[in-house]
Design a protein around this ligand. Structure first.
Ligand code: NAD
Length: 453
């Protein structure tokens, strides 16, 4: 691994990754490769997570193609040095902000969107002119192997490479002097990554998780809310970092929402979701056991059936839930949806703000004042009004967490900025040399006070 990093650093120092035409070419190579491999990518995602081709395309393949095309189109503009103003004290000089690549970056990937979460950061890393090592998740082995094959075919390992393996591999990689670490995964491993990176002061982006609330106010369009919540919760069987973790619904709409959610799940997945081709499975037995244990002793208002052989759990709704219930202690990360009623929005604001800041927040309400109240008073990574998940699918919005849900952001131009150091440069004039800064200048203080107030 040390040799691998050395070869990447050597490659970086040849300057090839910085050349804008080379960056464009690499992005085009990536796009062509993904298009060529589409069926194999979809098959790997089916084998790892039981995703349908449509879901795989919407949430993993299409989304990265869109990102890559955007980067390809704009990379020339993004890389240009930006001229900035200079203050009066700097008269005669010019200021520039010059984006420069960090060097060799390490991208650590989780299992839930094992293709998208490897390629999306890679697009930013390439556009910004870096080399990259990708460490996929060992829990999605088919996608991990496929990523290795795809990247090997497209790029020399000294530019981009995939290192497969588990925790040991990751630990070994984290000990190396990479120039940037981009980590997506759990908050607990995020802490380990940051601690290790701190030893060498390696900058990090941490894309983590947490419990993302979904608030349904009494003035919400319940039919639409139910459809969009069902989409957000049961895409990838709830194994989505920004899935609505739980619902806070105004008591007056509790029963209506519950009944609409049930009808919509039937529309989406039929009477037997466990057999539906459109409904993914749980990643492994450990998570299956963890998730089914959340149902024990709780009131299951809908769903609840599960099959250990296919590792599928029906879309399941739990009611009569409180913050003391087991399901409310950690991020659920599965198809179980607890519903909590509220009377007053203040209760919701209090409950959410006294816990770690969530990665996402969703609010269903028609009223502007309510939207303002929630978005101003609750801190969260990003979210939607009257929708779920869709904020992450636009490259024009930064995507990332805050507090325990992460630090840093990416997508679109934000990815380029994440993987670039903004070098500042002041180009001084030689025809003018204002004397106040030099010791011994007469009336220096008087002049300084005039310019610097
Ligand atoms: P994870 O933290 O267990 O694993 C992520 C990566 O870290 C994997 O590549 C794994 O090999 C490695 N790893 C695991 N344990 C490690 C250790 N002790 N030391 C070093 N490396 C280790 O996360 P996961 O289970 O793969 O993914 C689920 C979590 O990721 C959820 O919390 C979810 O919310 C979060 N997530 C966040 C985003 C986001 O964009 N913010 C996206 C997807 C998932």
């Amino acid at each position: 691994m040390e040799q691998l990093l050395q070869s990447q650093q050597q490659y970086f120092h040849t300057g090839r990754t910085r050349d804008v035409q080379q960056r464009r070419q690499a992005l085009q190579t990536l796009i062509d490769g993904i298009r060529r491999y589409e069926l194999e990518i979809a098959e790997a995602l089916r084998l790892d997570l039981g995703k349908s081709h449509t879901e795989a395309y919407a949430t993993e393949i299409g989304i990265v193609l869109h990102e890559a095309r955007l980067a390809l189109k704009h990379v020339g503009k993004w890389t240009k040095a930006r001229r900035v103003r200079t203050p009066l004290t700097h008269i005669g000089s010019k200021g520039y902000v010059i984006p420069e690549p960090y060097g060799s970056v390490l991208i650590i990937v989780p299992w839930n969107y094992p293709f998208q979460l490897a390629i999306c950061p890679l697009i930013g890393a390439i556009a910004a002119g870096n080399t990259a090592v990708i460490k996929p998740s060992e829990l999605a082995p088919h996608t991990s192997t496929l990523l290795k094959r795809l990247i090997q075919e497209l790029f020399p390992p000294s530019f981009v490479t995939v290192v497969e393996g588990g925790i040991d591999t990751n630990e070994a990689l984290l000990e190396l002097p990479f120039n940037y670490i981009f980590f997506t995964g759990s908050t607990s491993v995020g802490r380990i990554v940051m601690q290790t990176a701190a030893k060498r002061l390696i900058p990090v982006t941490l894309e983590l998780g947490g419990k993302s609330p979904c608030i349904v106010h009494h003035d919400a369009d319940i039919e639409l809310a139910a459809r969009r919540i069902a989409f957000g919760k049961w895409t990838n069987a709830g194994q989505t970092c920004v899935a609505p973790d739980y619902i806070y619904v105004h008591r007056s709409q509790h029963d209506a929402l519950l009944s609409r959610l049930q009808a919509i799940v039937q529309q989406f997945y039929g009477d037997a979701p466990l057999l539906s081709d459109n409904y993914p499975s749980i990643i492994n037995d450990k998570h299956f056991t963890r998730l089914t244990s959340y149902m024990e002793g709780e009131r299951i208002a809908y769903g609840g059936r599960h099959d250990r052989d296919s590792r599928r759990i029906e879309p399941t709704i739990l009611t009569d839930i409180t913050w003391e219930s087991r399901v409310m202690q950690d991020e659920i990360f599965g198809p179980i949806l607890p519903i909590l009623p509220y009377e007053d929005l203040e209760e919701v604001i209090k409950a959410v703000t006294e816990r770690p800041k969530p990665l996402a927040l969703y609010l269903f309400s028609q009223e502007k004042a309510i939207r303002q109240q929630i978005t101003e008073r609750i801190s969260f990574g990003g979210g939607c009004i009257n929708d779920t998940l869709m904020h992450l699918a636009t490259p024009y919005l930064p995507f990332g967490g805050v507090g325990e849900s992460g630090m840093g952001r990416y997508h679109g131009q934000f990815s380029f900025s994440t993987f670039s150091h903004e070098k500042s440069l002041l180009v001084q004039s030689t025809w003018l040399d204002i004397p106040f800064r030099y010791p011994g200048t007469r009336h220096a203080l008087k002049w300084l006070k005039r310019f610097m107030k």
